[in-house]
Design a protein around this ligand. Sequence first.
Ligand SMILES: Cc1cc2nc3c(=O)[nH]c(=O)nc-3n(C[C@H](O)[C@H](O)[C@H](O)COP(=O)(O)OP(=O)(O)OC[C@H]3O[C@@H](n4cnc5c(N)ncnc54)[C@H](O)[C@@H]3O)c2cc1C
Length: 320
Amino acid sequence: MNVDGWRMNQFRVWGLRLPLGNSGEDEIRRALARGLSARIEAIGPITIIRRSLDARDKERGLFWVFTLDVSLGSRPSRFPKGWRVGPVPPAPIASPRTDSRLRGKKVAVVGSGPAGLFSALRLASSGAKVVLLEQGAPLKERVLAVSALWREGTFCEEANVQFGEGGAGTFSDGKLITRLKDPRVRLVLEEFVRAGAPARILEEAHPHVGTDGIRACVGAIRERLLALGVQFRCQAMVEEVLPDARAGWCLLVGNERLCCDAAFLAVGHSSRALFKKLLARGVPFDPKGFAVGGRVEHPQAWVDRNQYGRFAGHPGLPAA
Ligand SMILES: Cc1cc2nc3c(=O)[nH]c(=O)nc-3n(C[C@H](O)[C@H](O)[C@H](O)COP(=O)(O)OP(=O)(O)OC[C@H]3O[C@@H](n4cnc5c(N)ncnc54)[C@H](O)[C@@H]3O)c2cc1C
């Protein structure tokens, strides 16, 4: 770093716009050279931080708008209107922090939705002995049960849209847009890419992997948990969580008493039987406002036409 906070030769550019179809790395470099009044060879490595589509004026055309980290021999003195140029902000947490106090501790994670899967990953990476307990069915059985529900209306209590491996996340739309401003979200997105999601989600303004994509990721995350030594048990419903003077906590799973140093309840919002038991024992609960959403399905072609106008079907565009 030099005195005024600029990382040597590296800075961030916000707002570089390029027309659809002319937005590859060569075009980005040419636009940077023009905008920064630099020779094209003087521009070093560039990293795309964010890419969003501007489809507001469909008549004029569609534009990709980039945020980029750029290396250049010297700090630019001029740049075009509409761009913002500044120091590269501090990097988000580079890798999941591990906590040595967890090494060797036995931790039960209850629920295998996004919260359960990701906490099990962090705990196991820190050396904890993790048992992940899920009341519902494994992925394959669950997919069959849900398609039976949609086809024939047969409801299965332990394998449905909410319950089973991957939790409600498995049947979500795979829009990874929650808390995008939180720097830790990058770690979650990287984990998805490691689990097979396309690398573009790291730079998209509205990362979206789709229902089929998210399902494949859930299977890959399970394999990674198993490789980290996590015991992943489906059809294991936790009926009670009891403090235990010696072990810390004991969970009742059917006839089994499972003792552990710590338990993390990642049970989502529909674990009514367990909530009632905890409430009866005086565990404090906060009511939470709820939102009801409807899902309306349209043919993809309509949605694309509405969003992209005459550009719908362009090979450089994702599904709208
Ligand atoms: C149709 C649909 C589409 C959605 N689309 C999106 C989207 O595009 N983007 C987005 O960000 N969010 C989406 N959501 C919301 C998202 O899926 C949830 O916010 C998320 O799954 C919550 O994660 P969680 O881990 O807290 O709980 P959950 O995913 O609900 O997981 C809890 C798990 O705990 C298990 N469990 C409960 N009680 C017990 C027990 N006593 N013992 C053992 N296991 C237990 C359950 O079986 C379940 O598998 C969608 C949800 C639905 C239903």
